[in-house]
Design a protein around this ligand. Structure first.
Ligand code: HQG
Length: 182
């Protein structure tokens, strides 16, 4: 588990790599990557600090790889704001028949009317299992509902699905007819 200080750093990295790179004086490339050395300098942290947070992260939120020139780069695997305009370049993949979404019960009426919308993010985020969906919903409220999403039917109707490097399912919107409360 991460120390409280490492959790704070992880949240700052999420902010910078998903939502507000400019706040740290950074620019992400079109696929969301930034050179590791630039991130270290911008956040004034050591490589050991970074590696501890990347390796210890409960959801593997960050990915590090070498770019084609051998320079190490890092990005958030999912969760980006639409305003940063990142294309993760993930392939369209066939989803399982059912995916799940955990949300505060207070959202239910609106979701059943309008469907699931990405709001400020790039995609609607869906979970592969109920346990994960519960964790996602409980970030925001104690009373949560689990929605079953007819992902297989959506795919057949032409909706694109992607799976992030850390196993989160991403799609554009979920129409109300493809949802029901579990
Ligand atoms: C709700 C975390 C009313 C939606 C998680 C959610 C995930 C509606 C909230 C990732 C609605 C948006 C994303 C509608 C959607 N009416 N409410 N029509 N459509 N909503 O945070 O899925 O920890 O943008 O149900 O694990 O909660 O950051 O989405 O409650 O993977 O790595 O609007 O964030 O990952 O909230 O979470 P979010 P989310 P990290």
């Amino acid at each position: 588990a991460l120390t409280p200080e490492q959790v704070r750093l992880s949240k700052r990295m999420s902010l910078v790599l998903r939502h507000r790179p400019e706040a740290a004086g950074l620019a992400l490339d079109p696929n969301g990557w930034v050179p590791v050395a630039e991130l270290l300098a911008a956040l004034n942290i050591s490589r050991a600090d970074l590696d501890a947070v990347v390796a210890g992260n409960d959801k593997s939120r960050f990915a590090i790889e070498a770019d084609p020139g051998g320079v190490e780069r890092i990005r958030a695997s999912q969760g980006h704001s639409r305003r940063v305009n990142v294309d993760l370049g993930l392939p369209v993949v066939e989803p399982p028949a059912t995916l799940f979404h955990g949300t505060p019960r207070a959202n239910l009426e609106s979701i059943m009317r309008d469907g699931l919308r990405p709001r400020s993010r790039d995609h609607v985020h869906l979970s592969p299992d109920v346990a994960t969906a519960l964790v996602v919903g409980r970030r925001r409220a104690t009373e949560v509902v689990i929605l079953e999403v007819a992902a297989g039917a959506m795919a057949r109707a032409g909706h694109a699905f992607h799976r992030s490097e850390n196993g989160v399912w991403l799609t554009g919107t979920v129409p109300p007819g493809m949802l029901h409360e579990r």
